[in-house]
Design a protein around this ligand. Structure first.
Ligand code: KG4
Ligand code: ZN
Length: 352
């Protein structure tokens, strides 16, 4: 029996969760997203201060909600990278204090590996290997996961913007609030409900790195900067002509371009690498069209699709506790108490 407390503070969510033997007891999240909304992006200093204020109350809320005392904990897991330095530092300092005070092991874990590990809470042990498509505000990567507690190999990544970043920038351009992903998702769904599925191809936006030499050279990489420019030009042309911008149609067509590329590349990687399970994680995995199209394309190719429930796709403490629990179960060595943060921690390092 092991009870692991997980702490996540890499960006703007203060997440604290408890996992007992691979089962999620509670997932407490305090978000500072509203404080960043007027800036149109996460402000690191504001995020760090919000983590400081939220840390102790969120730990208390998690323990009280699960009926657990700190003295019951067997291990502490914390995101040590990648992410914002100041934000990570708050979580790591809290985790060290708890581990030292309670005399339990401390595991500094990789945020990206944690986005993969969280799915075990919903769908049980991960088949080995599993292909993971990680799409968030800061990352878009295709990973070959041989063992999420030790061996993760990057196959592809974005060569410019992350998928979530593209959603957020286009939302801003369309006058939708931050973070933009959920708003684009909703606007697109409403457009489809009102006008039919054809609205997804109302505007022909480009699919980067999907053909010819680009595809050869960047087989599993993605790119969203060309798409972003194309959407911006389209909107500008309408505005210059004094025309109304059809926001729902732009949202639906833009979203379709993003999820088309992501699912094509992920399925290609599974087929070429002989992997029959695809896992999609990270904030953008909450996108309803990405989930639906991935399901369709995976079914066509005989690939099993795993996507955590939307609340576990965005940043949270459960993902960290889940990876911590797997590390404990696999008998992996804990981190040193001198553990530091690594804002650019490579995905090949599952823990530090
Ligand atoms: O994983 P996450 O919570 O934080 C990072 O590690 O970055 O991802 C946040 C990103 C934001 O860019 C947000 O717009 C995007 O995930 N996102 C979505 C949806 N929900 C969140 N993007 C598209 N559709 C959604 N439903
Ligand atoms: Zn994340």
């Amino acid at each position: 029996m092991s009870l692991v407390l997980g702490i996540e503070t890499s960006c703007d969510e203060t997440g604290v969760a408890l996992v007992r033997d691979g089962r999620l007891l509670i997932d407490a999240v305090a978000s500072s997203v509203d404080e960043h909304a007027r800036f149109g992006g996460v402000v690191p200093e504001v995020a760090s201060r919000a983590h400081l204020e939220a840390m102790v109350p969120t730990i208390e809320r998690a323990c009280a909600g699960a009926g657990v005392r700190l003295a019951d904990l067997d291990a502490i897991a914390v995101t040590s990278g990648p992410g914002l330095v100041g934000a990570l530092t708050v979580g790591v300092a809290a985790a060290k204090a708890l581990a030292l005070g309670l005399g339990v092991p401390l595991f500094g874990v990789n945020h990206l590996a944690a986005h993969v590990a969280v799915d075990t809470l919903d769908h049980g042990p991960l088949p080995e290997p599993t292909m993971a498509l990680l799409v968030s505000g800061g990352h878009s990567s295709l990973l070959l996961v041989e063992d999420v507690t030790s061996t993760v190999t990057p196959l592809g990544r974005t060569i410019d913007d992350a998928a979530g970043e593209a959603f957020d920038k286009i939302a801003r351009l369309l006058g939708l609030p931050f973070p933009g992903g959920p708003h684009i998702d909703r606007a697109a769904a409403e457009a489809v409900a009102e006008r039919g599925e054809g609205v997804r191809s109302a505007i022909a936006f480009p699919r980067g790195l999907t053909s010819g030499r680009d595809l050869e050279r960047h087989r599993y990489d993605v790119s969203f900067s060309g798409l972003k420019t194309s959407v911006a030009r389209w909107v500008e042309r309408r505005e210059d002509a004094g025309e109304r911008v059809d926001v729902p149609a732009v949202a639906a067509s833009f979203q379709e371009a993003v999820v088309d590329v992501l699912t094509r590349k992920a399925v290609l990687a599974c087929r070429e690498q002989g992997v029959d399970t695809l896992l999609i994680g990270g904030g953008v995995a909450a996108n309803s069209r990405l989930r639906a199209l991935a399901l369709e394309r995976c079914a066509d190719s005989g690939i099993r699709l795993r996507v955590p429930r939307p609340a576990l796709c965005t940043d949270n403490g459960a993902m960290v506790a889940a990876l911590g629990s797997l590390l404990v179960a696999a008998g992996r060595a804990p981190s040193e108490l001198g553990l530091g943060v690594d804002s650019a921690m490579p995905v090949t390092a599952v823990r530090s």
